[in-house]
Design a protein around this ligand. Structure first.
Ligand code: PLP
Length: 396
């Protein structure tokens, strides 16, 4: 008889968003006259920018004529997009060859699939609080997880632990949920640690486009030594509004080897076996993101979300509430005032000012007592929510 993967039974129910949905539904049922201000969503609200839309339309038209039709494409990505991404890195001083860039259907897919490169016996270290997919993908693979707690005392950016035996290290910067961003020295400490121990870093850079502080690294390859210890996983979801369109990319340097095995070559083998690549049409749309026009347009959208972040952090400053993030990230991570618990604060905001956020404890134990606001909503709703927050918290 088939024996199922028993590790599925070890997964914790992702009750966070279900519980939020349940609570908001119950509130609206009891107060049908009210509307909610949603600062909990992790999805973007701005449409794809005009440069991308135009490229997508053109690519669809190409598929309509025999002379311009495209069938199967190279599994690791079409050369024009791999080259455009490598040039994008070069503009920041990071030299990559285009065959170190792999086009993907998004960061989530890659965060799961990439685990094929590693033996199950490798323990995986994750900084807590963490994006829930890291934990779940490792649980499914039956991998041991080492939780590294973080907190306000280290700005949610802990240093490598000297005594851990992790072979895989998940780093996310700018971080979801905390919005914290590693500086060069902090990231260098992780790179040195991985090179010393032989671990491999999975660097999730899904939010790098939100970094506006020039001193902060967008890519782990801005750090000396990263090419021998890190894989970078990126996404066009939050930078260019591709959450529903689906496109991302992963970088695996040629120097990344363990036990004489070349991880770049292994990933080529994996992709050519397990996928037939990403849609040609979407890759045309993705390439438009890396044109000067596309960059200008996506940065206008990012600026709008960052203005939302400022609206929220200004409100928190006025109330004297501690937070991280917001400046180089679309998330603001705050300490619940007056020692309140995450769910207690959630209920207060929902019932008193109709604002919905995300309780921090949903991202791991260290998130207890913290709360996440996302900045992907409309400026009008964000401004109204911020005003309501100030009125509520300044009366307490
Ligand atoms: N990594 C982090 C930290 C995220 O927050 C998200 C989405 O919210 C993803 C990866 C997934 O991105 P994608 O839409 O490319 O799958």
């Amino acid at each position: 008889m088939m024996k199922p993967n028993v590790h599925y039974a070890e997964l914790k129910d992702s009750y966070l968003f279900a519980r939020i949905a349940e609570k908001t539904k119950a509130y609206l049922a009891a107060h049908p006259e009210q509307r909610l201000y949603r600062l909990g969503i992790g999805d973007v609200t701005q449409p794809l920018c005009p440069a991308v839309i135009e490229a997508l339309h053109q690519a669809v038209d190409e598929q309509s004529a025999r002379e311009t039709f495209h069938g199967y494409q190279p599994e690791c990505g079409v050369p024009f997009l791999r080259e455009a991404i490598a040039e994008h890195y070069a503009a920041r001083g990071v030299k990559l060859s285009s065959d170190e860039v792999f086009v993907s259907s998004g960061a989530s897919d890659e965060l799961g699939d990439i685990l094929d490169l590693f033996d199950r016996a490798n323990a995986a270290l994750m900084i807590e609080p963490a994006y829930p997919a890291y934990v779940d993908a490792s649980v499914i693979a039956g991998r041991r997880i080492i939780h590294l707690p973080s907190g306000a005392e280290n700005g949610f950016l802990p240093s490598p632990p000297e005594d851990a035996d992790a072979a895989l290290i998940y780093l996310c910067s700018p971080n979801n949920p905390t919005g914290a961003v590693f500086n060069r020295a902090q990231l260098k400490a992780w790179v040195d640690y991985a090179n010393r121990t032989g671990a491999v870093i999975l660097f999730d850079a899904a939010y790098e486009a939100y970094i506006s502080d020039d001193a902060l690294p967008h890519s782990i390859y801005e750090i000396d030594g990263a090419r021998t210890c890190a894989i970078e996983i990126c996404s066009l979801s939050k930078s260019a509004g591709f959450t529903g369109t689906r496109l991302g990319y992963t970088v695996i340097p040629k120097e990344l080897e363990r036990d004489g095995m070349d991880l770049n070559a292994m990933w080529v083998r994996n992709r050519t076996t397990k996928t037939n690549g990403v849609s040609y049409i979407l890759q045309r749309g993705g390439a438009a993101v890396f044109t000067p026009e596309g960059q200008k347009q996506i940065h206008e959208q990012i600026a709008l979300y960052k203005q939302n972040a400022k609206t929220l952090t200004d409100a928190l400053d006025r109330c004297g509430v501690w937070y991280t993030g917001g400046k180089n990230s679309p998330y603001v991570w705050l300490r619940c005032p007056n020692g309140m618990g995450s769910w207690e604060f959630f209920d207060l905001l929902l019932n008193e000012i109709q604002v919905v956020g995300t309780p921090g404890e949903g991202f791991g134990k260290c998130g207890e007592g913290y709360f996440r606001f996302s900045t992907f909503g409309s400026p009008e709703d964000t401004a109204e929510a911020a005003e309501r927050l100030v009125k509520l918290l300044s009366n307490r």
